[in-house]
Write a protein that binds this ligand. Structure first.
Ligand SMILES: Cc1cc2nc3c(=O)[nH]c(=O)nc-3n(C[C@H](O)[C@H](O)[C@H](O)COP(=O)(O)OP(=O)(O)OC[C@H]3O[C@@H](n4cnc5c(N)ncnc54)[C@H](O)[C@@H]3O)c2cc1C
Length: 603
C-alpha cells in the first residue's frame, strides 16, 4: 500500500514560505515535491489581511531599510537575530516588486505605485497591501508561479515523521487524508514550512492546519527550538458570536484610523503607552485625527500616529486589563470604531472586515463599532536557523516562515511575516537546492523506520479501548488558555507543565474508530502529539524566563531585567526529556548598532 515519491528537495508546507522556497528550488534545477495538509491555495497564509512590510518609500520617501531594521529590532526588544532582521529589511522591497512582476495586483498610490499603509510599530506607512486580502493575492501569485515552473504537489497529505540517516534528514513519511494511504518521500534535503502552532489555545486566529507539526517534527529529529515563550496574542479578534470567537480583526482597521474605547467610552490606549515611547505617538485626540485625515488624503505628514498603533503586545495587554477591571463590552471585549470615516472608504479599504462583521455578527462597521478582544495569533519562537540559509541544527533540514525563529525576537510587528516568507523562503529554497546537489541521491527510506511508522499510523485503530482525541484537545486548549496566556506566573506555568505531562501519558492510549478515509480524529491524534510538544516547550520556556519582555508577561517578574537582555531560551530533546537552557543572543555587529539610537532606548 505504501506509495513512494523521491525528490531532491522535499518541502513540507504550501503557504507563502513553502511556495517561495519551491520556486527557488525548481529554478535551481532540482526536482521538488511540496506536501500540504489541505488543498493548494488553502494554506493559512491565504488568511493574511493587512499587508506585507517593505521599505519601498512610496507613501513616505523618508523610509529606508535601516529604519525598517530598527523598527523590527525595537519591536522585538533586541532579542531578534540581527542578521535575519537586516536581511529581511534589505531584501523585502525586492521580493515585493518581484511578486508584482509575477502578477500580484496591489492597491495603488495616486501616481500608480504600490500603496503602503501604516501598521503598529512601523515608523512610516510600510505595508504593501491588496485591500484586506493581501494573503490571498500572495498565495494566488506564488501558486501560479510554482505550478508554472513545474513544482510537484501532494495535497491533503499529513507528514507524521522525518526520516534520519547517518548523514542527517533523508526524507519524511505520512499519509494521504483522502484515502489513508501511507506515503514515503525520500529526499536529499527537506524544508519545513509548516507555519504556526496555536490550535492549542481555545481562542485563536489560527486555521485548523496549525498544530505545530513542523516544530515537533524538527524537535524529535534533534533540532533546537528557541524563543518558544513568545506567543503573540493579537489584540483584536472577534468576541461574538461564540462560534467565531478568535477570528482575526485585522490591524489594518487600526492602521486606517480605528479607535479603541472601553464600555465607559474612554479612549483607553492613552493610558497604556510605554513612557519611553510615548513621544512617538500623538499627544491629543486632535493630533491623532489630523494624522488619519492626512492618511485618508494621501498626504505625507509629520504628525504622530494614534495610540492604537502601539505594538501588539502592548495593545493586547491593555484590552485584557480593561476587560478584567470591569470596563469591557457586553461580550467580554472592547469597542473598535472606524464608523466615523466615510462608509465608502471603509468598504473599499476593509472589504473583508465589512463582510465578516455583517455576515457573522450582523454588525455594520460603517455605522457602529465592532467588539474585539485578544486572540492567540503568532509564534515568534520556533526552530533555530542560520539567517542566510535557513539551515537548522540537523544536517539536511531547513526551515522557513513562521516555523523558523529569529526574525521577530520577543514581539512581531504586523506585516513582517509576509515578507519573512518571501525573503527566507527563497533563501531556504536556494540553500537546500545547493546542499541537495552534494547529498546522496534519494533512495528508499530506511526499512525499520518505515515499519515503525506504519505501526504508529495503525495503532489508534488497533486499540479496543482508549481516550477520545477531541476531549484531550479541548483539555489542552483550556490549560494553555488559562495557565499560559497573556499574563503568567510560576504557579500557573508549573501547573500547566504537570497537566501536559499527564496529557502526554494519556496520548499513548488514544483510540480512533471508523475508516481511514478523511477521518479528522485520526489526524488529530498525530496533531495532538505535536501540540503537546509545542505546549510543553512554550510553558517550560516561559517558566525559565523570569522577566517580562515583549509578548511574555510574568506577573511575578514585572519588567525587563538586564541579565536577560542577551539570552534566548532554547529547548531540545534528550531521550524522552525536554532540556531547557539559556543561550547567548547573536552579537549586534557595530555596522548595525549604528542604526539603533541606543540599545538601552531600543529595549
Ligand atoms: C488571520 C490572520 C491574518 C494575518 N495577517 C497578516 C498580515 O496581514 N501580514 C503579515 O505579515 N502576517 C499576517 N499574518 C501572519 C501570517 O499570515 C503567517 O505567519 C504566515 O502566513 C505563515 O506562513 P507560512 O508559509 O509559514 O505557513 P502557512 O501559510 O501557515 O502554511 C503552512 C503549510 O504547512 C502545511 N503543513 C503543516 N503541517 C503539515 C504536515 N504535518 N504535513 C503536511 N503539511 C503540513 C499546511 O498544510 C500549509 O500548507 C496573519 C495571520 C492570521 C492568522
Amino acid at each position: 500500500m505504501l506509495e513512494s515519491h523521491p525528490h531532491d528537495v522535499l518541502i513540507i508546507g504550501a503557504g507563502g514560505a513553502g511556495l517561495r522556497a519551491a520556486v527557488a528550488a525548481v529554478e535551481a534545477g532540482r526536482s521538488v515535491g511540496v506536501v500540504c495538509k489541505s488543498l493548494l491555495g488553502k494554506a493559512h497564509t491565504v488568511m493574511a489581511e493587512g499587508g506585507m512590510a517593505a521599505s519601498l518609500g512610496h507613501v513616505d520617501d523618508r523610509d529606508s531599510w535601516s529604519t525598517h531594521f530598527r523598527d523590527t529590532m525595537v519591536g522585538g526588544r533586541l532579542l531578534n537575530n540581527p542578521r535575519k532582521a537586516e536581511l529581511h529589511a534589505r531584501e523585502a522591497p525586492e521580493r515585493v516588486r518581484e511578486l508584482e512582476y509575477w502578477g500580484a495586483v496591489f492597491d495603488r498610490t495616486r501616481d500608480g505605485r504600490i500603496l503602503q499603509r501604516p501598521f503598529g510599530g512601523h515608523t512610516y506607512p510600510r505595508l504593501a497591501h491588496v485591500g484586506d486580502r493581501t494573503g490571498l493575492e500572495l498565495i494566488r501569485t506564488l501558486q501560479d508561479r510554482s505550478v508554472g515552473v513545474g513544482v510537484q504537489t501532494y495535497q491533503e497529505v499529513i507528514i507524521t515523521r522525518l526520516a534520519l540517516s547517518a548523514d542527517g534528514v533523508c526524507g519524511a513519511i505520512g499519509y494521504r487524508r483522502v484515502d489513508g494511504v501511507p506515503m514515503a518521500f525520500p529526499a536529499r534535503t527537506v524544508i519545513l514550512a509548516t507555519g504556526g502552532a496555536l490550535r492549542s489555545f481555545t481562542v485563536t486566529s489560527n486555521s485548523w492546519e496549525l498544530s505545530g507539526d513542523g516544530y515537533a517534527l524538527a524537535y524529535r529529529a534533534g533540532a533546537e527550538l528557541i524563543d518558544m515563550e513568545f506567543v503573540q496574542f493579537h489584540p483584536t479578534g472577534m468576541v461574538h458570536p461564540p462560534g467565531v470567537r478568535g477570528l482575526l480583526v485585522t490591524e489594518a482597521v487600526r492602521g486606517e484610523g480605528g479607535i479603541l474605547r472601553n464600555a465607559l467610552g474612554e479612549r483607553f490606549m492613552w493610558d497604556y503607552l510605554p513612557e519611553d515611547r510615548r513621544h512617538e505617538y500623538a499627544a491629543t485626540d486632535e493630533e491623532a485625527r489630523a494624522w488619519v485625515d492626512a492618511l485618508t488624503e494621501g498626504r505625507v505628514t509629520d504628525l504622530r500616529r494614534p495610540p492604537e498603533l502601539s505594538t501588539r503586545d502592548n495593545v493586547a495587554r491593555a484590552i485584557y486589563t480593561e476587560v478584567k477591571e470591569g470596563r469591557g463590552s457586553p461580550h467580554g471585549g472592547v469597542f473598535l470604531d472606524i464608523s466615523y470615516l466615510p462608509a465608502e472608504r471603509v468598504r473599499r479599504k476593509l472589504p473583508s472586515m465589512y463582510d465578516q462583521f455583517k455576515e457573522l455578527a450582523d454588525v455594520d462597521i460603517t455605522v457602529g463599532p465592532m467588539e474585539v478582544g485578544p486572540t492567540a495569533h503568532y509564534m515568534m519562537g520556533g526552530i533555530r536557523v542560520v539567517a542566510e540559509t535557513g539551515a537548522t541544527t540537523v544536517p539536511g533540514l531547513y526551515a522557513a516562515g513562521e516555523v523558523a525563529a529569529g526574525l521577530h525576537g520577543s514581539n512581531r510587528l504586523g506585516g513582517n511575516s509576509l515578507t519573512d516568507l518571501l525573503v527566507f523562503g527563497r533563501r531556504a529554497g536556494e540553500a537546500a537546492s545547493e546542499a541537495a546537489a552534494e547529498a546522496a541521491p534519494p533512495d528508499e527510506l530506511p526499512a525499520g523506520f518505515v515499519a515503525e511508522s506504519l505501526d504508529a499510523l495503525a495503532a489508534p485503530f488497533d486499540r479496543t479501548e482508549g481516550g477520545d482525541p477531541n476531549r484531550l484537545h479541548a483539555e489542552l486548549q483550556e490549560t494553555m488558555s488559562s495557565l499560559v496566556g497573556i499574563f503568567r506566573t510560576e504557579a500557573d506555568l508549573s501547573a500547566a507543565i504537570d497537566r501536559i505531562d499527564e496529557y502526554k501519558a494519556r496520548w499513548q492510549s488514544l483510540r480512533v474508530a471508523g475508516p481511514r478515509r478523511f477521518n479528522p480524529a485520526w489526524d488529530l491524534v498525530f496533531e495532538l502529539r505535536n501540540m503537546l510538544t509545542v505546549s510543553e516547550a512554550i510553558a517550560r520556556s516561559a517558566l525559565e524566563r523570569t522577566e517580562s519582555r515583549g509578548a511574555h508577561s510574568r506577573l511575578d517578574h514585572v519588567g525587563m531585567r538586564s541579565e536577560w537582555d542577551d539570552r534566548n531560551v532554547a529547548v531540545r530533546r534528550d531521550g524522552d526529556a525536554m532540556l531547557v537552557s539559556q543561550t547567548p543572543t547573536l552579537e549586534l555587529p557595530a555596522e548595525l548598532r549604528q542604526y539603533l539610537a541606543s540599545t538601552t532606548e531600543a529595549r
